[in-house]
Write a protein that binds this ligand. Structure first.
Ligand code: SF4
Length: 366
């Protein structure tokens, strides 16, 4: 393993083991944000918070965590819930595979493991939707196992403080950070240490760090070398794919046709409208529709301007075409497709991607 830690940095060499940990934990104890999942060592609410916060900010995730705990106070309640209900509660958070994995792992714990949450890092890592970061967080917080967590905030803070120049876009770098932090983690309070690392990276050693208020200023590598802007090292850029969605909103009176997304693609398990994915003009979309569904005459209603929806690696350009049909035409479309007919109230209760929710709001359905 290559350790690119800056060993020549004088101040680092005089930091005594545990000093860093103690200072960090003291800071955290005084300053930590008051969050409900921090008041417990019960793995269920902690796990739920970790899954919700994987790609979501705390202020956005907190109401979701509360709603989940109200609807499913125990892991048994989660396991017994229909998937549609879980996805509906998740609506708006994005990355729906997190919700599906959460549900599947909950069922596994209840039905295969007798309702007992696995108590070690290696066993937690086997749960669906749990990677090294989440497993380390739960193992340390709930079971006092000294496994360091490494998330984006920890990468940033640790790389700057210790002077680690390994490229964090490479998978192998995680091991470098983990091995350095294993020497620093508090054996008595590993969970508090981990939470403190993440909190410090999120609030003080942030992308625009507050070095003037930082208790580590004297012995921080980046501060002393004026390298804050260059750390962490991240060379790999994620490529963003453009996609063009033409949604056909079939409407008969006050009923809409929607389908469940079953493909291995974004939003699997959620409901959306009939979709033609291609970059084309109005005419070709409507002609494509005729040939694909064998439609005769239909009335085209409102067509929206392109709506842009950003996902982590995709930029979706969506247009919605409203098509008004008589009931018998609607029946034919249902026969030729996987679409189903829903009342407005039913549409509102279906789990849907945020893009569809935004469109419905735009046409006054909320
Ligand atoms: S001094 Fe600045 S760069 Fe160093 S740990 Fe503190 S906030 Fe981060």
């Amino acid at each position: 393993m290559h350790l690119h830690i800056k060993k020549g940095f004088l101040n680092y060499s005089v930091i005594k083991e545990k000093t860093f940990s103690k200072r960090l934990i003291n800071w955290y104890t005084e300053r930590k944000r008051d969050l409900p999942w921090r008041k417990t060592k019960d793995p269920y609410p902690v796990w739920l918070s970790e899954i919700i916060l994987q790609q979501t900010r705390v202020d956005q995730g907190l109401p979701y965590w509360k709603r989940f705990m109200e609807s499913f106070p125990t892991i048994q309640d989660l396991a017994e819930a229909p998937e549609e209900k879980v996805l509906r509660l998740w609506q708006g958070l994005g990355y729906y595979s997190r919700a599906r994995n959460l549900h599947a792992a909950g069922k596994h714990i209840v039905y295969d493991l007798g309702g007992v949450f696995p108590p070690t890092y290696s066993e937690i890592l086997k749960l669906r939707g749990v990677g090294p970061y989440t497993a380390a967080a739960i193992a340390s917080i709930c079971f006092d196992e000294p496994m360091p967590v490494v998330d984006g905030n920890v990468f940033r803070f640790a790389s700057r403080y210790f002077g680690i120049t390994d490229d964090i876009s490479k998978g192998s770098s995680r091991k470098v950070f983990e091995s350095i932090l294993k020497n620093e983690i508090s054996s008595k309070h590993p969970g508090t240490f981990n939470q403190a690392m993440m909190e410090f990276g999120a609030t003080v050693c942030s992308p625009s760090p507050s070095c003037n208020d930082c208790l580590f200023q004297l012995d921080c590598y980046a501060y002393n070398k004026k390298e804050q802007k260059n750390l962490p090292v991240k060379t790999g850029k994620t490529r963003v794919r453009d996609r063009h969605f033409n949604y056909i909103v079939f409407k008969t009176g006050e009923r809409f046709l929607l389908k469940e997304r079953t493909e291995k693609d974004v939003w699997s398990g959620l409901f959306d409208f009939f979709l033609i994915e291609e970059q084309s003009n109005e005419e070709s979309v409507l002609n494509g529709l005729k040939s694909e569904l064998g439609l005769g005459k239909f009335a085209v209603g409102q067509i929206t301007e392109p709506m842009i929806h950003i996902l982590s690696h995709q930029k979706i350009h969506a247009r919605f075409y409203e098509i008004k049909m008589e009931a018998h035409d609607s029946e034919r479309v249902i026969q030729n497709s996987t679409l189903r007919s829903f009342s407005i109230e039913e549409v509102l209760n279906l789990p849907k991607p945020k893009l569809i929710v935004n469109y419905l709001q735009r046409i006054g359905i909320t």
